[in-house]
Ligand binder design. Structure first.
Ligand code: NAP
Length: 247
């Protein structure tokens, strides 16, 4: 039980990668604040965790892009669980389109959710972690934030920004016992990639040295490692989990 007595906030935990991360941390004893935008999704995952691991999870719903609402929510979570040890900033969206034609709304909503959301949750927990002199912040970036991806100017910029933000936090909190790292998934089978046509999926798979998409659990395993004591001397890093796509 690597995470016994620890509390983790996982955003975007209502499905996909966030759900897998929440389940994985709970399986090793963490109590989980399951946060999603849609309440029914977070409730479903919290119920699933509680059925499997007996009373370790609580569901919350918030728009990660809403700074004030996230501060209120984080204060509530810290009251409910009395502490916070792990923050996984996983909530994210895509609004794809060629950069020349991208609407300012699509640009702004992706930056506000993917980058702003991580900043908002960070501000909600940073003081508590600094006071404890321990904490793990793990931001779910993307290989798009390293390589760029045609049609994803907003998304790639948000993830590149998230990587830079991860490193700033790592430097600022390194002496306070708080680590900050990013996990950059490649192509993972979730609702987000389900929208791609089979033809595009096959084309993408050919570019990946392992020739296949990853599973949400592949990301959850990397997060669990960075969140554990085994990751205590690792900070400011980007761990790509992508079947060899970026090397
Ligand atoms: P997904 O299946 O689309 O799930 C996204 C999750 O984020 C959902 O739980 C959703 O909540 C939540 N969310 C979205 N907007 C939110 C908001 N404004 N406030 C709060 N929660 C919000 O996505 P996924 O594939 O699991 O991706 C998870 C993360 O991994 C994202 O940051 C994504 O960019 C990153 N990633 C994914 C891939 C991939 O191939 N799948 C690759 C690289 C990086 P609701 O369920 O309530 O709507």
């Amino acid at each position: 039980m690597k995470f016994a007595n620890q509390v983790a906030i996982v955003t975007g935990a209502g499905r996909g990668i966030g759900r897998a991360i929440a389940m994985r941390l709970a399986s090793e004893g963490a109590r989980i604040a399951v946060v999603s935008r849609t309440e029914k999704n977070s409730v479903q995952v919290a119920d699933e965790i509680n059925a499997k691991y007996a009373g370790l999870a609580k569901a919350y719903a918030v728009d990660a892009a809403d700074h004030a609402a996230v501060q209120t929510l984080c204060a509530q979570i810290i009251t409910d669980f009395t502490r916070v040890d792990i923050l996984v900033n996983n909530a994210g969206i895509t609004r794809d389109g060629l950069s020349m034609r991208m609407s300012p709304e699509d640009w702004n909503s992706v930056i506000a959710t993917n980058l702003g959301g991580a900043f908002n949750f960070y501000q909600g927990v940073a003081r508590a972690m600094m006071k404890q002199r321990s904490g793990r912040i793990i931001n779910i970036a993307s290989v798009a934030g390293i390589m760029g991806n045609a049609g994803q100017a907003n998304y790639a910029a948000s993830k590149a920004g998230l990587i830079a933000f991860t490193k700033v936090v790592a430097r600022e909190l390194a002496t306070r016992g708080v680590t900050s790292n990013a996990v950059a998934p490649g192509f993972i089978s979730t609702d987000m990639t389900d929208v791609l046509s089979q033809e595009i999926k096959d084309g993408v798979a050919k570019q990946i040295p392992m020739q296949k998409f990853g599973e949400p659990d592949d990301i959850a395993n990397a997060v669990a490692f960075l969140a554990s004591t085994e990751g205590k001397y690792i900070t400011g890093q980007v761990l790509t989990v992508d079947g060899g796509l970026v090397m």
